[in-house]
Design a protein around this ligand. Structure first.
Ligand SMILES: [Zn+2]
Length: 161
């Protein structure tokens, strides 16, 4: 099972240019997961055109049509996804092999206790001390492989006069 993971697609940027980059980098994945704070509906609409999309709700925007958490199993991995991990009780994360989150705008691939925490970082708006734009490719195979993908800046194009 291969997943293309991104989060925190906020700020001012060229949505179509980002989507073209995502399409290239996530070619061949089984699903695209967005860990919340998609910024504009155009982003989710565009990702949906690329394939099966799984979304957890965020705070920017917050849209209650999307779940706050998603919990499931892939192969031998018990997995949870949430946007803002700080809003969950510590024990929630401890119940999973893999926890995917966003909100910090910082890439993370870190094992704490028995849980591997993965945050793809922000694909569009470095913040909170971060300087990178990034996403991640996850492969749940013999092992869980996590690949960080740097994302260029896609400035909003000026209107052509
Ligand atoms: Zn957030």
């Amino acid at each position: 099972m291969r997943i293309g993971l991104l989060a925190d697609t906020q700020g001012s940027f060229d949505v179509e240019a980002l989507l073209a980059y995502v399409a290239k980098e996530f070619a061949g994945v089984d699903e695209i997961w967005h860990a919340g704070d998609w910024g504009s509906a155009d982003v989710l609409d565009g990702l949906r055109r690329l394939g099966r999309l799984v979304v957890v709700n965020g705070n920017a925007p917050s849209d209650s049509r999307y779940p706050t958490t998603i919990e499931g199993t892939i192969g031998r991995w018990r997995l949870g996804m949430v946007h803002d991990l700080g809003k969950q009780r510590a024990r929630w994360a401890a119940g999973f092999d893999v926890v995917i989150h966003g909100h910090t705008h910082r890439f993370r691939d870190e094992v704490v206790g028995r849980t591997r925490f993965i945050n793809p970082g922000t694909a569009t708006r470095p913040q909170f001390g971060g300087t990178e734009r990034s996403m991640a490719r996850l492969a749940f195979e013999g092992e869980l492989r996590v690949e960080k993908i740097l994302v260029p800046k896609f400035p909003k194009r000026a209107a052509v006069s």
